[in-house]
Design a protein around this ligand. Structure first.
Ligand code: HEM
Length: 400
């Protein structure tokens, strides 16, 4: 690594904007950056480069023991080899193969009625509060947390305690000690859930994972725990961000909302475009890779063995070379290339179908129940707290 090092991030993110200066970076191969944490790394912003990094097994997710991962947020290196996102093949291939059936679209679709009930109940609470209600407080954190509890088999009587741990363990505001303590509590609670499934058979996700652990040695106990912790780490703040940002985007692109209402826009295409366009992860908050060999990316640019590279997928998702007028939300794109918001290749988001289902049910239900929905405050008054891992709307007062 001999090139000039760019201090990163060099711009602040604001709301759902991506700074147009990235368009210049996207005309070039990866550049060398210094993140706030960890050693220098390459930053990839072009769609084809990011996709290649996600797809090529010569890029590893296994961090050298004791090393710190480059990243804009603290804790980027907390992922370890018990978690899918900290694994490489062949371990990762085995874990994904064993778990694939439970995360399949067919199985996740069986949660639809229960999730719809939760969506309706949370929106009933919003109605009770009346126009001006904050959608973030009423909905964006509650839905994913309840969905996680459902998926993980957390009984109703433990839901509130579970929620406290999850919130603290994922909060950038909590003190380091509090966060670690909450993680330990969550992990111990998961062990308790595992023990319950050893005592008697449960026909659920964790029951199936415990069977896979006990019968054919297909998963280790550490992998079961790591996977459950990954669901908490991966399926909460990400979801809250996407739910809040999607509704914000629809409220601030009134034409899209109106077209959805009168059928000029298709819901599936609109949701797909929202995934592409919403920059969920903050600059530098994505997951770095380490090259195991020299790997050539576009234009003959070589990432050398041992170098770290950060795939900046929210920026790649707007690459003008792949998505015409990619900085604009356009729900009428014809056969767009796949977006990278949920990753790509072997580490493609495990919760992809659950994530898509939650957003779909939310938008569908809002359209049906609140056709006149709009922001209750001016766009400029909406705050986007800077301390969170994802871009998150702080409060979203709505009226109807
Ligand atoms: C808006 C919602 C979500 C977003 C934006 C999101 C994004 C992502 C991305 C980008 C990756 C791949 C990271 C990489 O390869 O560097 C990923 C992986 C993962 N996600 Fe999600 N995710 C979301 C929801 C969920 C949900 C609901 C769950 C589970 C209930 C989940 C569980 C996971 C897990 C376990 C992985 C690791 C997969 C692996 O390494 O094989 N995610 N997610």
């Amino acid at each position: 690594m001999t090139d000039e090092i760019l201090q990163y991030p060099f711009v602040h993110d604001h709301a759902l904007d991506i700074d147009v200066r990235f368009q210049e970076l996207q005309r070039r191969p990866p550049v060398l950056v210094q993140m706030p944490y960890g050693p220098p790394c390459w930053l990839a912003t072009r769609y084809e480069d990011v996709r290649a990094i996600f797809s090529d097994d010569r890029f590893s997710r296994v961090i050298a023991p004791g090393a710190e991962a480059p990243g804009a947020m603290r804790g980027a290196s907390l992922v370890d080899t018990s978690m899918p996102l900290g694994q490489d093949a062949p371990q990762h291939v085995r874990v994904r193969r064993v778990t694939a059936p439970v995360f399949s679209p067919r199985v996740i679709r069986t949660m639809t009625d229960q999730l719809q009930e939760i969506v309706d109940r949370l929106l009933d609470d919003m109605v009770e509060h009346g126009p001006g209600a904050d959608f973030v407080e009423a909905f964006t954190w509650n839905l994913p947390l309840t969905a996680l509890a459902l998926l993980m088999g957390v009984p109703a009587e433990d839901a509130a305690t579970f929620r406290g741990w999850v919130e603290t363990s994922t909060s950038e505001l909590a003190l380091e000690g509090e966060r670690l303590d909450a993680m330990v509590q969550t992990s111990q609670y998961i062990e308790h859930l595992i023990a319950a499934r050893r005592a008697r058979h449960y026909d659920d996700l964790l029951g199936m994972l415990v069977d896979a652990c006990d019968s054919g040695e297909r998963l280790t106990e550490a992998e079961v725990r790591g996977l459950m912790m990954s669901l908490v780490a991966g399926g909460f703040e990400t979801m809250a961000s996407q739910l809040g940002s999607s509704v914000y985007a629809l409220m601030t692109h009134r034409n899209v909302w109106d077209e959805l209402l009168d059928g000029r826009a298709e819901l599936d295409a609109t949701l797909n475009e929202l995934w592409r366009w919403n920059p969920g992860f903050r600059y530098g908050a994505t997951f770095c890779r380490w090259a195991k060999a020299d790997v050539e990316l576009g234009d003959g640019f070589v990432i050398q063995a041992g170098d770290a590279v950060m795939p900046e997928q929210p920026v790649a998702n707007r690459d003008l070379a792949v998505f015409p007028h990619g900085w604009d939300l356009d729900v009428h794109r014809v056969a767009p290339r796949p977006h990278l918001a949920l990753g790509f290749g072997s580490h493609l988001c495990m919760g992809i179908h659950l994530a898509k289902l939650q957003v779909e049910l939310t938008v569908r239900t809002l359209l049906r129940r609140f056709p006149t929905l709009e922001l209750a405050v001016r766009d400029e008054e909406i705050e986007w707290p800077e301390w969170m891992f994802m871009r998150q709307v702080g409060a979203l007062p709505l009226t109807w």
